[in-house]
Every structure is written in C-alpha cells, then in structure tokens.
Write a protein of this length. Sequence first.
Length: 261
Amino acid sequence: MKSCITVVVNFKRNRIRPMSDIDILVSSSEIQKTEKRLLSLGWQIKSLANYDEKYYREFAHEIPPMFDPLSGTTLDIHHNLYLPVSGKAPDESILRQNIVASSQQKLVLNKHMQALHTCVHLYWNEDVSSSLRDLYDFTCLCNDNASHHFWEAIVKTAKAMNLSSLLFDVICLAEFYFLLRCPIETKHQLQSQLSLFHRARRGFTLFVMKRALVPDTRVCDSTLLRICRFLAYMRGHLMKMPVHVLVPHMLKKLSMTLRKS
C-alpha cells in the first residue's frame, strides 16, 4: 500500500468536531494502482450514474469517492488541489515539496499547505453549504500555527501555485466571520500580487461570498441571500470548467435531473 498512497492530505478537522472523511494524495500516475489496491482491501466505490463516474475519471482525472462498508468512512483520492480541466490546477511537484512527517510518523501536508487546501475547497466549490465550516477550519489552522515562518511560507507557496488572489480573499472572509489575526504585512504582500482584473472584481465577489456563506436556514433567509447562494453556485461551476466544457456538462446534468423527476 505504501507504494500507492503518498500522503494524507488533510483531515480538515479540529478538536471541537469529529472527522467525517479522509483525503489522501497520490501521484497522478498512481491513481489506477491505488484504486485496485484499495478494492482488494475491501474498500468500495460509491454507486454513481455512468455520467457522474465519467466526470470523476475524465474531468477530475480521479476516481469516485470510496467507502469502507464496515465503518462507513469515506475516502477521497486526490492527485492535486483542483481539477485539471479547470486550467487552475497547481503543479503537482509543489505539493510533494510540502510533505512532512507528523508526530505519529505519518506523511501529511505541512500546515500552510493544509490551509491552502482548505482555501481551494471552500472558495472554488459550487456547493457552499459547508463552506462556513471550512472557513472556520482555515481560521483555526492559521491561528493555531501563527508565526512569522507560517505566514511567510503560505504567501510564498500561494505565489508559486498561482493562489495568491484566492488566499487573500479567504483571509478577508476569515477576518469578517471569525476575526482571523492575519499580520498586516502578509496582506500587503498578497495585495501587491493581485492583478488589475482581480482588484476590479474582488469587491463584488466578496460581497456575494460573505452572504452566500450564511447558513441556509429559516432564521437566516432573505431574497438577497438566496441570490448570493445562486451566484456562488454558478461561480463555482465556472471556476471548475471552461465554458465550452461547462455548458454541455450542465445540460447533461439538467437532462438527468428531469429524467429522475
């Protein structure tokens, strides 16, 4: 098994709430070998429609989520922080450079890479129903590991992976919701790396995301919040795929939904 699985990406959990799934990181060249090995050990692949399985294997270049039938644990197998079809997937080799041994001698991503992984998960996802939870995870990671080295490393790594604008926006959201304590010099460094395009659109994007992350309950409901959640949903899809791939994908999903109804 060691030849297949490289590292546990991030349990994305803190001491307040339990773990719900496990993410593991493998090399893209080891995806198929990892799947066969896990199946031989009793893990199973969740049943999906043929098109949904195609989505994982052709668009994400991954395999569908697996689960342990005895414990019910869900296992997600990744080889990158984001879908290759998006054109935003960072260089795999940078992930490998940020692997360390934990106190239990397990290979894991270091803390600043775990924070970036959480950023991608919460900010580039069309489903924002659990994004406030992920934002809290990000805040805890940053506050628990706050040091000059941590902030320096996360800025440097974000720049190398073209994630500076993403990190800056998530920091702003964490400050807004959870009073994240981010050094002002870190924000200045990130701000200096923003493109004119990002500077122009970020005000509107943050306006939408601040409201989209509000829990979808009867207590927290309004027309504005519903509009923002819809805009976040559309934004997440546009982040995942170029338009020429997204349009056929959305039409296919719509036809599948109509057939079920």
